[in-house]
Design a protein around this ligand. Structure first.
Ligand SMILES: [Zn+2]
Ligand SMILES: [Zn+2]
Length: 422
């Protein structure tokens, strides 16, 4: 245990000078000063811990941080350095071991007291450089101290172990200054996994996945948050499917079928959930990927999106302003289709409807509803429960649009580029 504190002393400056509370731009550069390397950890490790510390803030805000090794010093937004006693031309002198671990200047620089025993996140000894860096970056971005349990912005250093993360209050505080993450998705879907616990009992878990370009997020519905460390490349989490630009993911689930398909362009892939990879061929030796027109006759390609309606045992395929309802038992599009999206999914409020070119449509097991995504907005489709409560709703009524970021929090892009010397 340590009695140390990391002290912020920029509040006073801020009060007097009337300085802005937050950075006006969304991309900020940082550099670990050459004259300010720590004597305790290898240089590469210092930089990787700082990179992770910045990344933790960018996982919950629209901010991105770029390590700048090349540009003139004056253009770097946040300069970081280690020093002992009198250091780096700073007016504030460090105090040796204990007490002050680091300090930060509002919208400016961060200094670490190199008399402390800083350690990487994997260590249970000493003072976690990651934790101190995340706290100080919080100050630089404009956050004051708080006494809320669990917050990284508490004035006292409380060791949290290697798995520490920003808690709810930290996320909300920084989003007050910089807003929350907005953006469109290529596809979103629930993925159901049957798992056995340590007593051998089978449980069913479902998480929501969001795909954007070549990245994906796992959304933990129970905790209403993305998984720590997301997004990660599609390439590393999903094997044998295209690494970017997936149009739709569909889970056909009947009493005799349990099949998952990925759609992109004019092709589709079948995914083996147990072995966690796409099948290269079926049990008859016929290969994947296949043409959509072959496996799903009557369905156009490329698609905008698709989802499976388990109750009706139909896949709804979307393209432009049209919907194709595909009967999975008879392997054909229902004869009355295609229809206009506005006909199959009518608006409850006139004019408030995505109309055409959906990004994604999916059935959420957590919310027991279908959601239509377009841009940074969603429209929820009335469920049976809604219809029982409001008897006048036609089937598949579409409620007015809402921001995606108001329902699924912190689905944020993370950029970790480094500008290095040529
Ligand atoms: Zn502080
Ligand atoms: Zn200093």
């Amino acid at each position: 245990m340590s009695t140390g504190r990391s002290v912020w002393h920029a509040t006073e400056i801020n009060k007097k000078g009337g300085a802005p509370r937050a950075f006006a731009k969304k991309t900020l550069s940082w550099r670990l000063l050459r004259e300010g390397y720590s004597g305790q950890l290898p240089e590469a490790q210092q930089r990787s811990v700082l990179r992770l510390a910045f990344r933790m803030w960018s996982e919950v805000t629209p901010l991105s941080f770029r390590e700048d090794l090349a540009g003139p010093g004056a253009t770097v937004d946040i300069k970081l350095g280690f020093g002992r006693g009198r250091h780096l031309g700073c007016p504030r002198v460090f105090d040796g071991i204990g007490q002050e671990f680091a300090h930060a200047w509002h919208l400016g620089d961060i200094h670490f007291d190199d008399d402390e025993h800083f350690t990487p996140p994997t260590s249970s000894m000493g003072v976690s450089l990651l934790q101190v860096a995340v706290h100080e970056i919080g100050h630089v971005l404009g956050l004051p101290h708080t006494y809320r349990t669990g917050s990284i912005m508490q004035p006292n250093y409380i060791p949290q172990g290697p798995a520490f993360e920003l808690d709810w209050s930290d996320r909300k505080a920084i989003q007050k200054l910089y807003g929350s993450c907005e953006g469109s998705f290529d596809t979103a879907f629930d993925w159901i996994r049957k798992e056995r616990n340590h007593r051998g009992e089978a449980t069913v878990r479902f998480s929501t996945y969001f795909f954007r370009n070549s990245w994906y997020w796992l959304y933990e519905n129970r905790n209403n948050r993305t998984r720590y460390g997301d997004p990660i490349p599609i390439l590393t989490g999903w094997h044998g499917v295209p690494a970017q630009g997936i149009d739709a993911v569909v889970h056909i689930w009947t009493w005799r079928r349990d099949e998952r398909y990925f759609f992109k362009g004019n092709q589709y892939w079948r995914y083996d959930s147990d072995r966690d990879q796409a099948l290269t061929e079926d049990e008859h030796g016929k290969g994947y990927p296949r043409l959509i027109s072959e496996g799903f006759p009557g369905v156009p390609s490329p698609l905008d999106t698709a989802f499976y309606d388990r109750r009706k045992q139909l896949i709804y395929f979307f393209k432009g302003s049209l919907v194709f309802a595909f009967d999975v038992n008879r392997n054909q599009v229902l004869s009355s289709y295609p229809k206009r999206m506005t006909e199959v999914f009518p608006a409850t409020e006139p004019g408030n409807h995505p109309l055409r070119n959906l990004d994604s449509a999916y059935y959420s097991y957590a919310h027991k509803s279908v959601f239509l995504f377009k841009g940074s907005a969603y429209w929820r489709v009335a469920s049976d429960g809604d219809r029982r409560r409001g008897a006048w709703l036609p089937p598949n009524s579409v409620f007015p649009k809402e921001p995606i970021s108001g329902k699924w929090f912190d689905v944020c892009d993370v950029h970790t580029s480094t500008l290095s010397m040529a």
